[in-house]
Design a protein around this ligand. Structure first.
Ligand code: NAD
Ligand code: UD1
Length: 314
């Protein structure tokens, strides 16, 4: 049994990783300041984890939490492009300053490996699709810059500071527990809530922007593989499905699921947005043995079921 420290473990992706670690019989400590995460996300595993309400911006207070830890999965961050455009300072303090603190604390505690959540947003509007890790990054938002800088720090710690790190460039992750109430939540969560409440989904721009929408179970599998796969150390690896859909196409798929068709409303494009995004997952296959487990359509149905229940219970 190994001890995993999951930063951001009470958030959307983190809570799914924590749940799977507990299912596998591992020990889990969570470091989370509960700013966008919630204790409720932990559901039945709440009593099986060591949850610490701590902020990664405070190096002294997080250091003790790394003692005895084998693997760190670092997810704590402000995860929204839009929020970073409104407040670049806080996003930088959390995502970049906080990440350097996590790396330092992990190195000093002799952690075996840190797996870091990086982002497809690092590619920006690079003209070549699908996105390959060797492309030159073109970040378009403070969020993307902070996450890309985090990757670079990860590489420096891996190459010079005796700490193994892996950065996983997650594409657009969706699924249950992606906060349906937050204005900064993922687009699919917002669209599904609109369908369930009889509101109109709002598309920013012409709806022809595309995303590699990746169900959260896929990213759980990839993150746990990345902790131990020997070939992953020091690498930056895309995690997506290799396919993408435009927002207009997602409305068509949702109209099929909900039977009663809905018309989307179109608004101005969102500043800082990437136009197209599809992952090349060859490196994930080679370095991690990763293969997407759940398709976009299946994931969407599971998310609709969860949101329907969540709204009914609210
Ligand atoms: P989330 O907001 O649900 O999770 C982030 C968690 O970090 C929350 O539980 C929050 O309370 C915690 N947190 C925030 N600031 C903190 C701080 N200062 N100290 C301690 N904890 C703090 O978001 P998510 O979608 O689950 O994202 C998780 C990670 O994955 C983030 O690093 C994000 O950038 C990255 N990522 C997400 C996506 C996606 O599509 N959701 C894609 C690419 C990368
Ligand atoms: C998302 C993640 C980010 C991650 C990145 C990786 C969230 C909140 N953001 O960013 O953490 O690093 O993927 O690719 O999960 N849109 C609408 N209507 C809405 C909301 C959004 O049209 O109501 C549009 C946006 O303008 C954008 C697209 O949908 O073009 C996706 O937006 P969003 O879900 O916020 O994700 P990303 O910005 O791609």
């Amino acid at each position: 049994m190994a001890l995993y420290l999951v930063t951001g473990g009470a958030g959307f992706i983190g809570s799914h990783i924590v749940e799977e670690l507990i299912r596998r019989g591992e020990s889990v400590r969570i470091l989370d300041n509960l700013s966008t995460g919630k204790v409720a996300n932990l559901g039945p595993v709440r009593d099986k984890v060591d949850l610490r309400d701590t902020d990664i911006r405070d190096l002294d207070s997080i250091r003790p939490l790394f003692k005895g830890v084998d693997y760190v999965i670092h997810l704590a961050a402000l995860a929204s492009v839009a929020r970073s455009m409104e407040d670049p300072v806080e996003t930088t303090q959390v995502n970049l300053g906080g990440t350097v603190h996590v790396l330092l604390a992990a190195r000093d505690a002799k952690v075996k490996r840190v797996v870091m959540a990086a982002t497809a947003a690092a590619y920006g509007n690079h003209p070549v699709l699908p996105r390959v890790e060797t492309q030159t990054p073109q970040p378009l938002s403070p969020y993307a810059v902070t996450k890309l800088a985090g990757e670079y720090y990860g590489r420096i710690f891996n190459d010079n500071f005796g700490l193994e790190t892996v950065s996983l460039r997650f594409f657009n992750i969706f699924g249950p527990r992606q906060d349906p109430k937050s204005p900064y939540t993922g687009v699919l969560s917002k669209f599904i809530v609109a369908y369930l409440t009889g509101a109109m989904p709002v598309i920013f721009g012409d709806g022809e922007q595309s995303r590699d929408f990746t169900y959260v179970a896929n990213v759980v599998d990839a993150s746990l593989r990345a902790c131990r796969a020997p070939a992953a150390a020091g690498k930056v690896i895309n995690i997506g499905t290799g396919k993408s859909a435009t927002l207009n196409q997602t409305i068509t798929v949702l109209n099929g699921i909900f039977v009663k068709p809905v018309k989307a409303q179109y608004g101005p494009p969102r500043p800082g947005d990437v136009k197209h995004s599809t992952a090349d997952i060859s490196l994930a296959r080679a370095a991690l043995g990763y293969e997407p487990l759940v398709s976009f359509e299946d994931g969407l149905r599971r998310t609709v079921d969860w949101l329907r229940k969540d709204l009914a219970e609210a």
